[in-house]
Design a protein around this ligand. Sequence first.
Ligand code: MIC
Ligand code: SF4
Length: 645
Amino acid sequence: MGLTATEKILNSHLIRGEMVSGSQIAIQIDQTLTQDATGTMACLEFEAMGIPGVKTELSVSYVDHNLLQSDFRNADDHRFLQSFAARHGIHFSRPGNGICHQVHLERFAAPGKTLLGSDSHTPTAGGCGMLAIGAGGLDVAMAMAGQPFYLTVPQIVGIHLTGELGPWVSARDIILEILRQMTVKGGVGKVIEYFGPGVARLSVTDRATIANLGTELGATSTVFPSDGKTREFLCSQKREGVWQGLEADPDARYHETIDMDLSSLEPMIACPSSPDNVVPVRGVAGRPVSQVIIGSCANSSYRDISIAASALESRGIDPSVDLEINPGSGQVLENADMAGVLRKLIHAGARIQQCGCLGCIGMGQAPATGTISLRTFTRNFPGRSGTKDDQVYLCSPETAVASAIRGVITDPRDLGEAPEISLPEVYLINDNGIIPPRDDRSDVMIIRGPNIKPLPEFDPLPEDLEAKVLLKVGDNITTDHIMPAGSKILPLRSNVPAISEYAFSAIDPGFSSRARETDSAIIVGGENYGQGSSREHAALAPRYLGVRAKLVKSFARIHKANLINFGIVPITFIDPDDFDRIRQGDTVTIPGLRAAMLNGSETVEVDIKGGKTIQARMELSERDRLILASGSLLNWVKTQNRKNV
Ligand code: MIC
Ligand code: SF4
């Protein structure tokens, strides 16, 4: 039987396990990326393994999230990351050089290779024919140490593209339509692979936008074939040497296939406050807009800002709108400057920001009270923008700029003829923003600021668990609910005791103080618990506060892996109606949890004090069970190392 492109990459990187859907395999990781907000912790974790240098083909440390320096903390972290990179053989992308995914696509992505990144949008590089996966910092630190990455063999969904996009309709609208159909949990346990004649009409930049937002489906990754368009892109980056072809065999079998005729698509928009709350732009047109931002790892390429510049050229920005441009990388900015794109934007009155994540993670750019903000970003989870009760809509650069011109949400087709833009055949390449590691690194000193605190130690799983239900939440709880980001909390990422104070603060400000009064806690949740980011702090902080298990209807992939890595037992309801039988404040006991963990039992009994006993499921591999019994992945690695001495 023929293979899909994803299976080809998985097979060529398989180290352990069998390619049977649903079972656990280990794959070799060729490249890693970390970003500053997750990277300080990943560095501390790598350090705890005592390995002198990274063992991957390439590892890059980016500084793109924590760019605002309102005190010493972010600046200290930047210096720590730079010195750590120099010491351990890691490339360092300077603050301001751009968003990790955009820069990685431009300078390092390579077809047929694997990439593991401590950021959920790592699949962006799937636009270049890579298998790129987002993971928690500890999993990435393990990969940097040369260890394989463990994952469940995904189901492969084939999206068959035919036809051609109409004027003013772009890649963003394709993935918005897919989000509308599949929802934020439709991709869990799956890799989305694109094929068919429509693919050849999409540039690598378009494909990267689509692969990037596959993350919002909950997918493990998104993979595009590597073809002539991929070669063209790599030539434009003067990296044609890394090109190799990759495509699904004609008789490849997908678990499920979705047909999409590109010519039938229209401009789409995700309404507040979920990336899958998608409707045609026409359905919400006319609503007044106060802020429009073009940026983020989804839509901040040279193409995206050129479209905006050309549309603005003879039209200008409506006086009621603040239009901001966050270029994705130094390369985008420099080329836009050289081609006169920047001048058009400045002339129209747009605010040109530095290259980075910025408002996408609440590092500035918060919208005004009670107003609509239109963004080309990835996520519009409630309050993520930094403004309470925000109304953030997500759309294409075309819809964004049309709305900035008119002052109300506008279908870009209403502007008339679409501008023609041309992309450089070869970009102006300048790697001054990337510092490669030196050969001799023995004299490099790591610079550690006072905000960088050691990793907490965690105790092993007890024989029986008695715990209080400290919090009960509903469906689609995001990691932004569990461990919010934003300019106030992000600088605490390298300080677990300090950041733990903010766990669940967005939905339950009393959580951390209640946790401090409780020995052992459990959290109860609904479907798709922990969707969104890869931040392991959403597991680390609750664990630090005494959370030992989470009992939910279903988990998002990365969060479940992070829970295991930090010794929080992920348990699911067998009968979803049992969710209603358990209340916040109840005390529960799971007798013999440790024994059940170690003897491979798939079910446990949860006794609710004064109530029922319910049956629950533990879907865990043997390795997961050993990690959980040890109390954390690092504890387990240490016992393994001791055994090997
Ligand atoms: C995000 O978009 O939510 C982030 C910030 O990039 C996160 C990583 C983080 O929390 O540091 C992600 O997507 O993984
Ligand atoms: Fe940065 Fe936003 Fe992309 Fe996350 S989603 S990496 S915050 S630009």
